[in-house]
Design a protein around this ligand. Structure first.
Ligand SMILES: Nc1ncnc2c1ncn2[C@@H]1O[C@H](COP(=O)(O)OP(=O)(O)O)[C@@H](O)[C@H]1O
Ligand SMILES: [Mg+2]
Length: 220
């Protein structure tokens, strides 16, 4: 699903965020991406969804060469990737329904078709009764569960979660992790960055560790 060879990313500021990263991730895996703040976790996830392009080396995602691929192909790729961020990025002026519906709205789904699908993914995260609420009426943990529902809406084969539990208490964090693990058991490849090592103990899985932009473990 993901193949990187001697991947290097230098930002326009000159900062080298990643260098010499070689990594393979197979379909169906659950992978933790760990490392200190500034280690390059978000940068690696950004490379995977085409938010930035590799400076050198190679990177293939779903068979696409991420150095050469055209922007239109990147947009297509993104429809097959669900993304959850630490600060969830929900739209506060829209209902939970509209937030979760968004990935399929952009694909032209009508409201009639959307309602059962949105209800189903909200049921998965235990929030089907909050369909018409606004995000500000929800707790931080509930908002993050809505963000997971939104990332699932289009049923993507790959889900990237960038410190999705960073702002949550430990019980809520475990719950969020449980949802991601459940999705993985249904076949979704999940890559989750975290620096919360306690969390990893509740669901042991492959750990890919970055330090100062280089891999220090878990490459194979
Ligand atoms: N847009 C950017 N422009 C320049 N430097 C950046 C940018 N984003 C991140 N960096 C730098 O790249 C390094 C890796 O950052 P990041 O991938 O965010 O690490 P992590 O997610 O592990 O905390 C850091 O030194 C950070 O300051
Ligand atoms: Mg980060």
């Amino acid at each position: 699903m993901i193949e990187a060879e001697r991947l290097m990313l230098r930002y326009p500021t000159g900062k080298v965020a990643l260098s010499g990263v070689s990594l393979r991730i197979e379909p169906g895996e659950f992978v933790y991406l760990t490392g200190e703040s500034g280690a390059g976790k978000s940068s690696l996830l950004r490379l995977i969804y085409g938010g930035v392009r590799p400076t050198s080396g190679s990177m293939r995602v779903h068979g696409l060469d991420m150095r050469q691929v055209k922007e239109t192909k990147v947009r297509e790729l993104r429809r097959r990737i669900g993304i959850v961020f630490q600060d969830h990025k929900l739209l506060f002026s829209r209902t939970v329904f509209e937030n979760v519906a968004l990935p399929l709205r952009v694909q032209g789904w009508t409201t009639e078709r959307l309602i059962p699908r949105v209800r189903k993914v909200l049921e998965y995260v235990g929030l089907a009764d909050r369909l018409w609420a606004y995000p500000e009426a929800l707790s931080g943990g509930e908002q993050q569960r809505v963000a997971i529902a939104r990332a699932m809406t289009a049923n993507p084969p790959l889900l990237l979660a960038d410190e999705p539990t960073g702002n949550l208490d430990i019980d809520t964090a475990r719950l969020v992790l449980d949802y991601l693990v459940g999705l993985n058991r249904q076949g979704t490849t999940v890559i989750m960055s975290t620096h919360d090592l306690h969390l990893l103990e509740s669901h042991p899985a492959r750990i890919v560790q970055l330090h100062a932009g280089a891999l220090v473990g878990g490459a194979a």
